[in-house]
Design a protein around this ligand. Sequence first.
Ligand code: MN
Length: 528
Amino acid sequence: MAGRRRLAEYQAKRDFTKTGEPKGESGGAGSGDQFVVQRHRARRRHYDLRLELDGVLVSWAVPKGPTLDPDVRRMAVHVEDHPREYAGFEGVIPSGEYGGGDVIVWDRGTWAPAETDDPGKAIENGNLHFDLFGEKLVGRFVLVRKGRGESEAGKEQWLLLHKHDEYAQRGWDPEEHPASVKSGRTNEEVAADPDATWHSDRPAAEAEVRTRPEGPTSAELAALDALGAKGTWNFGGHRLALTNLDKVLFPAAGGHPAITKRELIAYYATVGPVMLPYLADRPLNTHRFPDGIGKPGFWQKEAPGHAPKWLRQWHYDAAGEGETQCYVVPDSPAALAWLANYGALELHAWTSKVPDVEHPTWLLFDIDPGPKTEADDLLLLARLHRTALDHLGLRGKPKVTGQRGIQVWVPIEPRYTYAETRAWAETVSRTIGRTVPELVSWEWHRDKREGLARLDYTQNVINKTLVAPYSVRPRPGAPVSVPLDWDELDDPDLRPDRWTIHTVAERLRHQGDPFAELLGAGQRLPEL
Ligand code: MN
């Protein structure tokens, strides 16, 4: 049928010579009835209306978008069918590739042909009546071909209109409803921080590349809540044996509520997709508090022998005798949930990646306040780092530690040794310190610092433990180390321990992850 012919057209536009694997499955088992409208900013912005039929997505590009307004006819260009796998796609198509731009799932639902039981034939005949049951689009629509003529691009021009029915709304404008029904985000927001990319030169089943792993679904979180004191949690394709879920790890104190291990596991599973880019491929040092923060914690680096096989590990070949041999390298939200169950409350990742662990990808400034360091002094010291980085033409951003301090993270190319980055950071830190000698001490020992702050460049060392972005800290209320935008330093409510495991998700929804734009932005360090 026409659909299959057109899918062949889609495939012909792409280069399948790179792989001999099967192309998009056409006419597979079970014919679905889903529809999707994707708002697509490519060379020109348009809305792609796609109806699932005979195993493919029959598609029209509607430049001004579909409307519920029954007095408006919209031009719709009949474009080639897309594979069914594309229906849920939301993200970025790399520029230079077919359809390069950004895509959101603007509406979706089910559809049903009307006044015909052979919609394929109706499309061939150039006149399809159909009902949509979407979140935005509802009611009876008509697609009608404008004669047999094709546009100069070789595409048929059709008209899309909404019938006068109970769902019709005069003046309804799709541009006034810009958010994705999948994520709640706009095209602009998705473009800035996509969850996935689509590569149409690949077989349909492999065309979508997730750029971040999935956190738990609401059903998975409900299942975690429903477990007793222990039980098996199916999450992220793994069966996690969880124990002591109701154990209080953070006792109630100073107005902070008590927090259980179940809540810690839920936090790490949920924040995992955002946090993992800072942990992926990096050996992990964990600060464990299996009996809660009321008892002393301890550092653990060696991956435990009872760790499940799916938990990624890395053997440090250069480790000396008596040193840690095997490190956990977290690569999924399930791995973080497993670690939380294991009492690994605080996560400290290396600043270098395996296997090239001698060359860090982050350069760090650690502003460690002393007892006499006022909140304003700390902010001043942080802002001086911003000024220094601006002056040097480098990008970097601050992060509150979740305790008292602020760090500044600078993404670098993995081409410098730790000794080189440490020497570079020391030069910058001493230059900053000279401008505010009354605030800074260079004494190694805390007792000799006279209560002043320390600018700790020595953190730029292999296997050093600097708290990871979004790690929990072992303090009442479970504060979290949170990346910031520089302007947030001006917020009068800012405190290094302002955010907790109960408020980070809300912050991420509203502000996103300020460090995301630093990922993959490795820089060269200018000569000083
Ligand atoms: Mn399109």
